[in-house]
Design a protein around this ligand. Structure first.
Ligand code: FES
Length: 204
């Protein structure tokens, strides 16, 4: 797990402000919370700021959101650096790959996924590929252990991966035709591989 810090100053935009449309949206989110609890809206606001900024969260955006919520900047920074859903450095324009490196995924072959990332994207995490299309990082359990190994790209998970199927996932993003999220083998969600294993006979 990498240390989570904001990007170096040379990569940071000087300013950030929500668009008019996002400002309206943010006000509606804040209004959902009872008086005195407006700071609870920080996660959705940071998420929207990240989307507006092309997939990563600059320091100026963290400050902007903190100001909207009347919070100390350090409190917003604590949230942004805690959750790996917030990317603190510039990422690939087509896909940022978060590879689960926790024990169940490692036991089921996550190392092969890391090897593909190193070969196709960059040897090191948190670096954008030479063509600007991809970046990757290791994260902890993403809650899809039964479909290990898996990755998260933007809002979707790609599961039951092999090196070959993961390469196809990357090709899909590269060509603008992403493969279907979820299991990349013949399996219904997290149901047993090969079909049902229990309750297969029904007595009249
Ligand atoms: S260990 Fe990888 S999703 Fe849980």
């Amino acid at each position: 797990m990498a240390v989570r810090r904001v990007a170096p100053p040379e990569l940071q935009p000087k300013d950030f402000a929500f668009t008019a449309e996002n400002t309206e949206w943010a006000k509606k989110q804040i209004a959902k919370y009872p008086a005195g609890r407006q700071q609870s809206a920080i996660i959705p606001l940071l998420w929207r700021a990240q989307e507006q900024n092309g997939g990563w969260l600059p320091e100026a955006a963290i400050r902007h959101v903190a100001d909207m919520l009347g919070m100390a900047h350090i409190r917003a920074l604590e949230v942004a650096t805690f959750y790996t859903m917030f990317l603190l450095e510039p990422c690939g324009t087509k896909a940022h790959v978060q590879v689960c490196g926790t024990t169940p995924c490692m036991l089921r072959g996550a190392q092969a996924i890391f090897d593909v990332c190193k070969k196709r994207i960059h040897h090191d995490p948190h670096h954008v590929s030479a063509d600007g299309n991809f970046s990757w990082e290791e994260v902890e359990c993403l809650g899809a252990c039964v479909n290990a190994p898996m990755v998260l790209i933007w809002n979707d998970t790609y599961e039951d991966l092999t090196a070959e199927s993961f390469e196809k996932v990357l090709d899909g993003f590269l060509n603008g035709k992403p493969v279907k999220p979820g299991p990349q083998i013949d399996r219904q969600l997290s149901a047993p591989i090969g079909g049902p294993t229990t309750l297969r006979t029904v007595k009249a």
